[in-house]
Design a protein around this ligand. Structure first.
Ligand code: NAP
Length: 336
């Protein structure tokens, strides 16, 4: 039985807890830490065997914990990830790996100094059936070489920490930054972030929606929309246009309903429902990796690449929408 310690018992921390306790027989949550007593209590009320730690670093060191899950706010990830690597424990960290690319470099340096990969980043879309099918279509050659991607990421409203303008790229679009690299197998050359007219439904200081155009090193272009207050639901689209065909995310497998003068499919209200299967598959895969001592999921380099791309987007936004270079360090052999 793999014993897991959870740091961050908010929305996604408790969702991972339910998956581990309910769907993964080879693993259990044994320890929890959070600055919110109320959120820790929600975990222990449901799972009384889970031990509460007031100090996250004590949790990491505890013999009750074989591996660590970090689901706190973005800017706090680095401290816990580095502490877990120093303790020689595998660590799963929610996306974004950090709120700056520099912090990601520090985590990579720690891992390289330890001489072993310990870190997995929560880019769960790589486990979504639809995205896997799109990747299979590309890899099989049936749509030809990818040329363009059209992607949309819409939330009814932001959830979790207060959403700022930077977080549309840093916190939300990092999913698209990662999945586009994964689908195309290419790194980014440039990024451009454009701010169209803002919705009146967002906080007055939030620029929403935003549009990003990425160009990869081989010249593939991806246009991305991020819209955090679209009101109508959680809605994700991705279409890859190739030299001789296209591949798109399928509509969800919800029933097609005719009624009230409408024929259509239910749109999931929030991310937890849309990607429920992907979150479970991601966690099952990570537990297998921890058991076998060989990590295969998104790694620190993937987390770094997404954060470096987010930084380029912010730079572009602050310049009024100029095309800017995505600045990245050379890839260490360790991550090849
Ligand atoms: P959340 O509901 O606000 O939960 C975060 C929890 O961490 C809260 O209980 C918060 O306490 C606690 N916390 C903050 N700083 C801490 C610290 N230094 N030490 C211990 N606990 C701390 O947010 P969430 O939606 O679960 O998001 C958590 C992380 O998951 C974020 O990085 C987010 O980007 C990521 N996420 C990923 C996905 C995905 O699709 N993969 C989806 C959602 C979120 P308080 O409530 O007292 O502040």
């Amino acid at each position: 039985m793999i014993q897991l310690g959870l740091i961050g018992a908010g929305g996604i921390g408790r969702m991972h807890t339910d998956i581990i306790m309910g769907q993964i027989p080879g693993a259990e949550i044994t320890a929890v830490n959070d600055i919110s007593r109320e959120n820790m209590k929600k975990v222990t009320d449901q799972y009384p065997s889970v031990k509460v730690f007031d100090d996250p670093h004590e949790l990491i060191q505890s013999p009750l914990v074989d591996a660590v899950i970090v689901t706190t706010w973005d800017r706090t990830h680095e401290e816990f990830v580095i502490s877990a690597i120093k303790a020689g424990k595998y660590v799963f960290c929610e996306k974004p790996l950090a709120d700056t690319a520099e912090a990601c470099v520090r985590m990579m340096n720690e891992e390289m100094a330890a001489g072993k990969k310990y870190l997995t980043v929560g880019f769960m879309r790589r486990y979504d059936r639809g995205y896997v099918q799109v990747k299979e279509a590309i890899d099989s050659g049936c749509i030809g070489a990818p040329l363009l991607l059209h992607e949309q990421h819409r939330n009814a409203h932001p959830t979790g920490e207060k959403h700022t303008t930077d977080m549309s790229a840093n916190g939300a679009l990092v999913h698209e930054f990662d999945i586009t690299r994964w689908l195309t197998g290419d790194e980014y050359d440039t990024a451009q972030l454009i701010c169209p007219k803002s919705t009146r439904n967002a906080d007055p200081d939030l620029i929403d929606p935003q549009m990003v155009i990425l160009r990869t090193k081989t010249g593939i272009h991806a246009d991305l929309e991020i819209y955090m207050n679209c009101i109508y639901g959680y809605d994700i689209h991705c279409e890859v246009v190739g030299e001789k065909g296209t591949a798109s995310l399928p509509d969800l497998s919800n029933a097609m309903v005719r009624g009230d003068g409408v024929r259509g499919y239910k749109i999931e209200p929030v991310w937890i429902d849309r990607f429920a299967d992907a979150y479970a598959a991601e966690m099952r895969d990570w537990v297998i990796c921890v058991e076998s001592g060989r990590l295969t999921g998104p790694d620190a380099w993937d987390g770094y690449a997404a954060s470096a791309t987010a930084e380029a987007c912010t730079k572009s936004r602050l310049s009024g929408g100029e095309i800017v270079k995505v600045e990245m360090i050379d890839k260490p052999e360790f991550y090849d």
